[in-house]
Design a protein around this ligand. Sequence first.
Ligand SMILES: Cc1cc2nc3c(=O)[nH]c(=O)nc-3n(C[C@H](O)[C@H](O)[C@H](O)COP(=O)(O)O)c2cc1C
Length: 321
Amino acid sequence: MSKRWNQTRVASALGVQYPIIQGPLGGSSSQRLTAAVSNFGGLGSFGSHGLEPHAIKDVIAEIRSLTSKPFAMNLWVSMEDPGAAVSDATAFQRALSHLAPHIKAVEGTQPTFSPYNAIRFEDQARVLLDAKVPVFSFIFGIPPKEILDEAGKQGIITIGTATTPDEALALEQAGVNLVVASGFEAGGHRGSFLRSSEDSLTGTISLVPQTVDAVRIPVIAAGGIADARGIAAAFALGAEGVQMGTHPSTTCRAAMRTCRYSFGQRITPIVRTKAIARTTAFPSAKRDRNMPSGLTKTHMRRSRTLRSTWRFIPRGSIQSK
Ligand SMILES: Cc1cc2nc3c(=O)[nH]c(=O)nc-3n(C[C@H](O)[C@H](O)[C@H](O)COP(=O)(O)O)c2cc1C
């Protein structure tokens, strides 16, 4: 009997029904969205790179209270931010002055300055290992061997992120279980770690088959995948799973609410929605005055399209944190 489309090595390694990952959104993740995606058979991910270890512990506990299904916690391996180390209150106010009117317009909470406090990746990873999270995904490099070894011993599935086949190979050689091939279309940061971002700009449609050819571990395609056609295309290219970031974040009305009500404290709605609009998934998005702030007609239309893809998330079932 032929295999169903969703019976892939990614689905089986992660223990999920659908090899569809809601991409981690560092600074913009929600416990409820993460849990809801997992509850409906995909893999919800929580981007926790900006959180102190004790806060990560709380997030994991809350996600566990909302789902018994596998979920992923995501970290940035490289936490260096030299720019932040020298940024001061004046620079913060200068940057904020451009955004403050927009935050006010959507009744968001104005962010306040707090001095940069470097968080160590190793301390964050320790929390994930101690909590034995089901899946530990990461970006911007390869964790130290001791961390990967311990994850392996604990039965924690690891997912690395590659923007080139070389990076995928390096992740495989380090013993990482699954690799996300992240094309240049992918929203958020460029996770390159072997070469500069400028030298790692392969598009998803080229990167996925090259990566599949380069490694033996299962490949998850990311970047510009926005509906069932994108998923089918990624699978035709050899991927065994997909990771979508931009679209899930604009799909459900709860996520929009999250933009408006929760993220105000950490990231402004305008910054977030504009960042989303700037990803190449929405190259020609035009602003419309009647849309929620920063969202566009294109977002709304495509969100409806995606809703039909993410059928396992009924409308209104997700509430933002
Ligand atoms: C606002 C935003 C924040 C993101 N933060 C992270 C992150 O912290 N860690 C990570 O591995 N990927 C991060 N990503 C990448 C997504 O998880 C996902 O791989 C990517 O969005 C897929 O491409 P798409 O945006 O075209 O769907 C982020 C993406 C966005 C849009």
